[in-house]
Write a protein that binds this ligand. Structure first.
Ligand code: TXA
Ligand code: MG
Length: 341
């Protein structure tokens, strides 16, 4: 299949009508969002949605997020919209928050991965919203990477994984948030954070009061335990290299790298530290700024492979605010390999 690329900066670009048509007739389109690029299909067309799983090599039990551009599209997808869900939508939509609720019959088990719930989000990216409007249907869209690889934050990342597998890619430049949306479940007794993202736990608690944070946000799922979010049980974001996160000061980091380096060692460090290291290094943001780390972490993880690294030592990101999302992605890329210095 020849994958078309549409470069778009204005949400009124007529090319988005073509993208809407592609989606309406069951095609696959990679679309920009404020978090990461998504691989979209008509959420109400099972055959189209199966195409997403095929293109990504995604396990069928890993459910998809349904994207809407207008609040009126939410009610038909769920059994009920409780007060807390409305408060969240008021506070954070459009934006990088996904809300899980019991699903209606209109959402097929192909989308929900066999679960009785559905994840919905309203993205804030004007081009994403224009594409949903133009398609006229809600769009199921996981991140547009090959399953297991770092999520794409540029159209080139998407092309590297999806060229010739999908109908088109809409290029609107790099994604601003850089990590996927916060996933919050309202399907249980108490709100539960399943995946940290641009909307932080503190922001959620200002609206909801206390929330639970799923164990899988911090830790590797224990063998035999069922994942609240199926995505969390799979290997994720992983470059080919063995990644180890080193927890300690920069001086300790330098010492450890010096005594453990091999010819194919690379460091993932904070801005400004590259020149002080004795191995090649890729910076993934400012030390004290989780937002800048979020914006760069996936591109940095992809660069690790491009540079042919075999062993990677990474700095430990601060776990507050958006930093929790950076830590969550990096620790998965490292297969939970952390050394305390
Ligand atoms: O920012 C984002 O959320 C991006 C953009 C494209 O919108 N999308 C995204 O989708 O990250 P994906 O499929 O890569 O990640 C969705 C995560 C997976 O871990 C999945 O298991 C979980 O959300 N999820 C989806 N539906 C769920 C459900 N009903 N119950 C529990 N977890 C669910
Ligand atoms: Mg993903």
């Amino acid at each position: 299949m020849n994958t078309l690329v549409f470069t778009v900066s204005d949400p009124r670009d007529p090319a988005l009508q073509t993208v809407g048509e592609i989606l309406r007739r069951g095609g696959l389109a990679a679309i920009p969002t404020e978090t990461v690029y998504g691989l979209a299909a008509n959420a109400l067309d099972d055959e189209a949605v199966r195409g997403i799983f095929r293109a990504k090599g995604r396990p069928a039990d890993n459910p998809l997020i349904v994207h809407i551009s207008d609040l009126s599209q939410w009610a038909p997808l769920v059994l009920d919209i409780p007060a807390q869900a409305k408060q969240l939508a008021d506070a954070f939509w459009p934006g990088p928050l996904t809300v899980i609720l019991p699903k209606s019959d209109r959402v097929s088990s192909v989308v929900s991965g066999g679960l009785s719930t559905v994840a919905v989000r309203m993205p804030s990216h004007p081009v994403a919203r224009a594409i949903i409007d133009s398609a006229g249907v809600p769009l199921a869209a996981p991140s547009a990477n090959t399953s297991g690889k770092p999520s794409p934050t540029t159209a080139q990342h998407v092309k590297d994984d999806m060229d010739s597998k999908i109908d088109c890619i809409v290029d609107a430049g790099p994604c601003s948030v850089g990590v996927e949306s916060t996933v919050l479940s309202l399907a249980g007794d108490k709100p539960r954070l399943l995946r940290p993202g641009g909307v932080t736990p503190a922001m959620l608690e200002r609206v909801l009061g206390e929330i639970d944070i799923d164990d899988a946000v911090y830790h590797q799922l224990a063998a035999g335990k069922t994942a609240a979010s199926p995505g969390m049980k799979y290997k994720h974001y992983a470059p080919k290299a063995q990644v180890t996160i080193l927890k300690g000061s920069f001086a300790q980091f330098c010492d450890y790298v010096e005594s453990h380096k091999t010819p194919d060692t690379l460091a993932l460090c904070f801005d400004g530290e590259e020149a002080l290291l004795s191995v090649p290094a890729i910076a993934f943001g400012k030390e004290s700024d989780g937002k800048s780390q979020a914006a760069n972490i996936f591109a940095a993880l992809r660069d690790v492979d491009r540079r042919g690294a075999g062993q990677v030592f990474a700095r430990f990101p601060k776990m507050d605010g958006v930093g929790l999302a950076v830590f969550n992605r990096l620790v998965r890329a490292a297969a939970f390999h952390i050394v305390e210095l």
